[in-house]
Each structure stands twice: as C-alpha cells, then as structure tokens.
Design a protein around this ligand. Structure first.
Ligand SMILES: Nc1ncnc2c1ncn2[C@@H]1O[C@H](COP(=O)(O)OP(=O)(O)O)[C@@H](O)[C@H]1O
Ligand SMILES: [Mg+2]
Length: 417
C-alpha cells in the first residue's frame, strides 16, 4: 500500500481539508507515505485543529473564494513544490480541484463538468443528459414562481425544496402542501455565501418531486475514468419537514442484485458529473416495490459523517487511501479485506437552546465523540449543524451494529435548556 516513504514520498495538495474527511486524508497520507499540503485561506488555517496543522507539509495560503486568483496561486504552488496529485475535499471547491489539475497537467476530473458536482441545477442537467434516474425538478427564484411551476407541472405533494448549492441538509424542506411552499423557497434561498471562505453561492432554489423509500449512499473511486464502486451504506434520516441524517450502517442489508444496481447507478452518477480521478459520494432512494435507485445527489469528494471510518471498520477498505491513490493516477485498493459491520448514530436535540449536559455511556464495541460542549448553543434541529455528538458501533452483522449504536445513543444523556 505504501507508495513512497516520508519526506521523499509523492506530494498531494488538498483543497480545504478542514471538514470531516480531512482527518481521514491525513491518516491515509501517513499510511501511504505521502506528503500532504493544503490550499486554504490564512484565517481558516489558523482555526485548524492542531493535529491537522501538524500533519501538513506546507500550506498554499490563498483566497479560495476568488477562483482565478486561487488557481494562479495554487498552480504556482504546485510547480514550486513538485505536487503530483490534487484532491478536493470541501464540496464547494471540487470544481477548483478539477480546474487546477487540468491547468498543471495532473490527473483530475473533467473541468467542463466539474461545476455539476457542486450545483444541483447543473447536476440535474448532467443526470438527465446521461439518462440517470433522478427526481424531476424545476428552478425557482421565489414562492410565486414555485406555485406557478408546481401547478404547470401537475406534481403531487409532498415536494422537496432545496438550495442549488449547499450541503448537510441546510435549507432542504419536504413540503406537504401549498401553504409550505413559499416559506420553504425563502428558507432555501437564504444561503448566498458559504462560510468560512465567503464563497458566493448560486442562491436559486430547486423544487423537486419527492422520492419515497429507503435511502442509501454509495461511494465510487474513479481512476483514469475507470469506476471502482465501494460498498452500499444504509442511511437513516429524520422524517417530516427536515431530513437530517441520523445514522449510517455498512453493509446496507440490501439483497445483492439490488445492491449491485445501487453501486452501478452511483458509478454512473459519478461519471456523469465528470469524476475521472478521485472519489464521489452518491445518495440514492429506492421507491418501495421497485428496484430502481433514484439519485438524490452526488459530490466529487470523500463522504462526511465519519463514513470513512464506518466503511473501513466494516470492510477494511480505506476510502481516503483509495482516493489519494486515484488522484495520483494509481490503481486504488478497493477490495474488501473484512466482512464485519459498523454503524454510526448521531445525537440530535429535540429543540435548539443551550447545551446543559451531555454524556454518552461507555459500552464495549462502541465509541462516542461529542461535537458540542455544555454551554454551547445547539441550533434548531433543521439541519446537520444541530448534532451534539455521535456513537460508532462495530459488530458482526449490520443489524447488530445498527441496534447497538441506537441503544447507546438512546442511553445518552442530552439536556438542552
Ligand atoms: N427529491 C427528494 N425526494 C425525497 N427526499 C429527498 C429529496 N431530496 C432530498 N431529500 C432528502 O433530504 C436530504 C438532504 O437533501 P440533499 O439533496 O441530499 O441535500 P444536501 O446536499 O444538503 O445533503 C436527503 O438525504 C433526503 O433524505
Ligand atoms: Mg445529501
């Protein structure tokens, strides 16, 4: 697995490693003997956790919200430091990674399609062009336009309203009837800039048909245009207006012909948004009584939500290792070496407020982590920012792992005042 040793190893530039996947890239780079560099803003770099900062061989300080300037700075940095691979980590910057790789002649994604992995309007167009099953959608700028569009399309309720460019369920609403449509469009359109870089966002909203059924995710490593599907993961979410991911379990429990179809569809989605050297995280729902996975979204990046940990605990496959191998143009290690199971369950509050107390019981086969500390503000449970912590459980079967993580989460003490 090692493809270089210590200071002599190949050099990879990560565009904004501050999110959940950053820590897995750091670990993977250590295992592979790579030197990892980051491109970020200097103020954002100051807020990095110590472990991330210490793991970096160097930093390209630039303004990632200013694409032409960032591309010039990063291209100069790549030449100066003999960078051999470029990887996007933060979803909104994955198009930058594609453009940079093309500019400096490194393996990377198709820059002409890269924006489709960030913008759900372009993504919908890319899926339609490739014939990939996905919800029908329309673009709206305000409530009146949304009412008109829904009437003309003749769609039934519920419908889904979401921002063109966001993640973590921010601004996503499932709307039961006409009364909720205007407020949902306003909620989706509140995101005009993304923190912490001040990146300008496409503030249009999409109205989509609601796809019923169970939800799954499946990641795809792509190396030189060849897709290597990873295992399917079952996703749990809240019901009702806000769909927050509450947990993930690997393996998915889907029977193999259907799991294979999910892997195939996820790979098609990855290729449709131009992923050629890297990884994609794809989410699907399967309507009851059908065997057709509908793609909800795909991103040209490693998954968040500690999914790297869950998938590796269950299968032995390190998504971050495979992703780094792919961006270096190597054959990725994607063959499972283990047949276990793992599940993550998030601690969610019933309402927003100040976190008074939180504790996760210590239970064999599990470990917990807190995202918020007592005294901190817990946002309203409308998106994933409200998560207070999580529990990861390992077991022999998926049912056991999911039940164990659920039991520990249910036994956790969370007081919000
Ligand atoms: N068209 C849809 N039909 C049914 N559920 C949906 C649809 N779109 C989104 N959802 C639900 O909302 C969640 C968040 O939406 P998603 O498009 O994945 O946005 P984000 O980029 O914020 O994750 C999904 O995981 C899913 O549970
Ligand atoms: Mg999603």
């Amino acid at each position: 697995m090692t493809i270089g040793a210590g200071p002599g190893g190949p050099r990879v530039l990560v565009i904004e490693p501050m999110g959940n996947a950053g820590r897995f890239l750091v670990e993977a780079a250590e295992r592979l003997g790579l030197r990892l560099y980051a491109a970020t803003h200097k103020d954002v770099h100051e807020g990095y956790p110590d472990r991330l900062r210490a793991a970096l061989a160097g930093v390209c300080a630039t303004d990632l919200a200013n694409a032409p300037r960032a591309l010039d700075d990063m291209a100069a940095f790549c030449r100066q430091h003999a960078i051999e691979g470029v990887v996007g980590c933060f979803e909104l910057f994955t198009p930058l990674a594609a453009h940079l790789a093309a500019r400096v002649g490194l393996p990377g994604n198709d820059p002409r399609l890269a924006q489709a992995a960030r913008n759900k309007i372009l993504m919908g167009e890319a899926f339609a062009a490739a014939g990939i099953p996905a919800p029908r959608w329309t673009v709206v700028r305000d409530g009146a336009e949304a009412h008109r569009a829904v009437r003309e399309a003749g769609w039934d309720w519920p419908l889904v309203v979401k921002p063109a460019e966001q993640g973590g369920s921010w601004g996503v609403s499932v709307v039961d009837g006409p009364d909720g449509l205007g407020p949902a469009v306003a909620a989706a359109r509140q995101y005009t800039y993304a923190r912490p870089h001040g990146l300008e966002l496409d503030a249009r909203a999409l109205v989509q048909e609601y796809i019923a059924g169970e939800e799954y995710s499946c990641d795809t490593v792509v190396a030189d245009g060849v897709a290597y599907p990873l295992p399917v993961v079952r996703k749990d979410t809240t019901a009702g207006r806000y769909r927050i991911e509450t947990g993930h379990t690997c393996p998915s429990g889907l029977p193999e012909p259907l799991a294979a179809k999910v892997r195939h569809t996820a790979a098609r989605a990855a290729l449709a948004v131009g992923v050629r050297n890297g990884i994609a995280h794809t989410e699907v729902k399967i309507p009851p009584g059908t065997d057709t996975p509908y793609v909800i979204e795909t991103g040209a990046r490693l998954p968040g939500d500690n999914l790297c940990e869950v998938v590796e605990a269950a299968t032995g496959v390190s998504e971050a290792v495979a992703c780094l191998q792919a961006v270096l143009g190597r054959v990725p290690d994607t063959v499972a070496t283990r047949t276990g199971a793992a599940s993550i369950r998030f601690l969610l509050p019933e309402r927003g407020g100040v976190l008074r107390e939180v504790s996760i019981p210590q239970t064999p086969g599990t470990h917990g982590e807190l995202h918020l500390r007592p005294g901190e503000t817990v946002p309203e449970p409308a998106d994933s920012a409200c998560r207070i912590g999580h529990v990861v459980a390992r077991a022999e079967t998926a049912e056991q792992a999911r039940a164990l993580a659920g039991r520990v989460a249910a036994g956790s003490r969370v007081e919000v005042g």
